[in-house]
Design a protein. Structure first.
Length: 206
């Protein structure tokens, strides 16, 4: 049977739970997160999103035309998001030029490396990365101020719809794909889950 986004989630429950549940998020929800840890995440995530933007651009190089609109919408949202990160950093007096931590570098290198993979693999990774944040920021429930704004950015219903559309596009690509692409898509999903877990933890290693 062809690989699918739904099957990837049900086949790797523990890994996905670890990717989408973390003390960092619980502490944002109850307001107990140390500002230094939140700020570490914010600056590193800005760097992450820069290379994630390149991943989406790379998807356009490989995608069938019917998938272009979702990718255009994704890129437009990234334009707004990168400006939003700059605003949030300025509000908090943060220097966005701060060096990337090793975990962030590893995640960014993984994303840039996807450009050499087939579209089914790229579409699966793109979906998994967005799905991870969509789920993770919703799981703890309403978040204390000022973190509600962050939870809403990735947990809002419009973003959930975008994630569903990405799953449909990945499923369509995987449905037609050979065994090698399906295996590589599964490996990419597993790697995303591991890197997401590491990324939350990185906030505590400032
Ligand atoms: C996302 C993110 C979601 N910002 N950071 C990590 C570590 N994983 C996923 O990507 P986007 O572009 O912010 O929706």
């Amino acid at each position: 049977m062809a690989e699918s986004c739904a099957a990837l989630l049900t086949d790797h429950p523990a890994l996905w739970k670890a990717a989408t549940e973390h003390a960092f998020l619980d502490q944002c929800a109850d307001g107990s997160i140390a500002p230094q840890q939140f700020n570490t995440w914010l600056v590193q995530d800005y760097h992450f999103v820069l290379d994630f933007t390149r991943l989406v651009a790379g998807c356009l190089m490989a995608a069938p035309p019917q998938d272009f609109n979702a990718l255009f919408d994704g890129l437009a949202a990234l334009k707004a998001e990168l400006n939003w990160f700059r605003d949030k950093a300025a509000e908090r007096g943060l220097e966005l030029g701060t060096a990337r931590q090793a975990t962030c570098v590893t995640y960014c290198e993984f994303m840039l490396g996807l450009a050499s993979q087939t579209y089914g693999v790229q579409a699966t990774a793109l979906w998994a990365i967005e799905r991870a944040y969509n789920e993770a920021w919703q799981k703890p429930g309403a978040m204390a101020s000022p973190y509600g704004e962050f939870a809403d950015r990735w947990g809002n219903p419009g973003f959930s719809d975008y994630v569903l559309l990405l799953a449909q596009q990945a499923d369509a690509a995987l449905d037609k794909a050979d065994g090698a692409t399906q295996a590589a898509a599964q490996a990419a999903f597993v790697r995303v889950a591991e890197l997401e877990q590491d990324f939350w933890q990185m906030a505590y290693a400032a």
